[in-house]
Design a protein around this ligand. Structure first.
Ligand code: ZN
Length: 191
């Protein structure tokens, strides 16, 4: 794994012209059309592996749970009162939009933190699976080159703190993705 990471770092650095004594690198060796095809292969992988439908169902379920939970406190005088809103017992005097904002910033926040983590774990798993799909089409090197180019152009952090990225990032760091593609043992793990 360390050798693979070294290989990746080297090519990233040479792409960014930090190391100037070499003429070629993984990106410039790969024509743009192949990089685009490899990334397209990754996106088709998401479709073929049902990630798109899965994302749609998860979003609907999330919204349903959010509004279902909100319906229990929608007319709570305690919720409004805690933030200085004086309402009578009449639900008409409790604006729903205000209640929803208060609910999302109080009761829902811890649930959302937990769900964010679970959804990001799932999303990262899907990214590795889609990368593997593109790899199985024989485009792992082209995809690696494409990912490096995108990451450099977007000034993405290629080596973020593992714990921070595990919680906050829906996509794995590019170094981990390329390492998984180039390292056979890691890609088998997700099969
Ligand atoms: Zn993806």
């Amino acid at each position: 794994m360390d050798r693979v990471k070294g290989f990746i770092y080297y090519h990233i650095l040479s792409f960014m012209n930090i190391q100037s004594n070499h003429h070629t690198n993984i990106v410039s060796q790969t024509p743009t059309i192949y990089r685009l095809l490899a990334i397209l292969g990754h996106e088709i992988g998401h479709w073929r592996l049902w990630h798109t439908i899965e994302g749609f169902v998860i979003t609907q379920a999330y919204t349903l749970c959010l509004f279902l939970a909100f319906s229990y406190v929608q007319t709570s005088t305690e919720l409004f009162g805690a933030f200085g809103f004086t309402c009578g017992d009449q639900s008409e005097s409790m604006p729903m939009f205000v209640g929803l904002l208060l609910f999302m910033q109080t009761y829902w926040t811890p649930v959302d933190k937990l769900l964010t983590f679970v959804l990001n774990v799932n999303s990262r798993r899907n990214e590795f699976a889609a990368d593997r799909y593109s790899k199985n089409l024989g485009m792992s090197k082209d995809l690696a080159a494409g990912l490096v180019k995108i990451s450099v152009e977007n000034l993405g952090n290629m080596v973020p703190d593992p714990l921070y990225s595990a919680y906050h990032f829906s996509h794995p760091p590019v170094v981990e993705r390329i390492a998984a593609m180039l390292d056979g043992s890691e890609s088998k793990k997700d099969k």
